[in-house]
Design a protein around this ligand. Structure first.
Ligand SMILES: C[S@@+](CC[C@H](N)C(=O)[O-])C[C@H]1O[C@@H](n2cnc3c(N)ncnc32)[C@H](O)[C@@H]1O
Length: 192
């Protein structure tokens, strides 16, 4: 008898589903936290030859790992990577972006003290909303299982609850039986 895998494995799984439902060939998208480049690779595959992924991270190692991952697939030219904090993304990206992805926290296998911070994350989320095209999506994976992550989650939910319902719809996917540190995925759609 064949066993089916559970589909709701993680916040990242939900994020990846939203990427696939939203991003089309030729789109311009933002990866606000490059990390190991896993999300960036997926986004590069979705935007195709005519599209572009603008990537940001504050660690050279993240850019290196992302670049290597994309090169292996022969699609590094679909991404422009910036060694710059995501709070400055509007200096590097023009409006009309289809999707902006955030995967908060630290670079796996690296210094955990270099983690995303509530204050700059909020600045970056504001910047990302400003860049989105109508019907564009903001996708944020949140990890409140560590102190800064918990602060970040509180700040993001507060920020999000103040968005005008006339301009945005916001949905918070959270594993409710996973305890206080359960990861979640926030999705905000820009209506106009
Ligand atoms: C959980 S990792 C991202 C994982 C990545 N999306 C992937 O697919 O592997 C979080 C990343 O955010 C980066 N980061 C921390 N502060 C940042 C900032 N202000 N701007 C951009 N990236 C930042 C960290 O260096 C780390 O690489």
């Amino acid at each position: 008898m064949s066993q089916q895998e559970p589909r709701l494995k993680s916040a990242r799984h939900i994020a990846a589903e939203v990427f696939a439902q939203t991003v089309r060939e030729g789109d311009r998208v933002v990866d606000a936290t490059l990390g190991t480049g896993q999300d960036c690779l997926l986004l590069c595959q979705l935007v195709g030859e005519g599209g572009k992924v603008y990537g940001f991270d504050v660690q050279q190692d993240a850019l290196r790992r992302t670049q290597e991952r994309l090169k292996k697939q022969g699609i590094a030219h679909r991404a422009t990577l910036h060694l710059v904090g995501h709070e400055r993304m509007a200096e590097f990206v023009q409006q009309g972006v289809r999707l902006a992805a955030f995967n908060l926290g630290w670079l796996p296998g690296s210094d955990k003290s270099v983690t995303t911070q509530a204050q700059t994350t909020l600045q970056a989320l504001d910047a990302a909303l400003g860049l989105l095209a109508p019907l564009g999506m903001l996708v944020v994976c949140i990890y409140p299982g560590h102190a800064e992550g918990a602060r970040e989650q509180d700040a993001i939910l507060d920020w999000c609850s103040q968005l005008s319902p006339k301009r945005y719809t916001a949905l918070w996917h959270r594993f409710i039986n996973g305890g206080l540190g359960a990861p979640s995925c926030l999705v905000v759609e820009k209506i106009k």
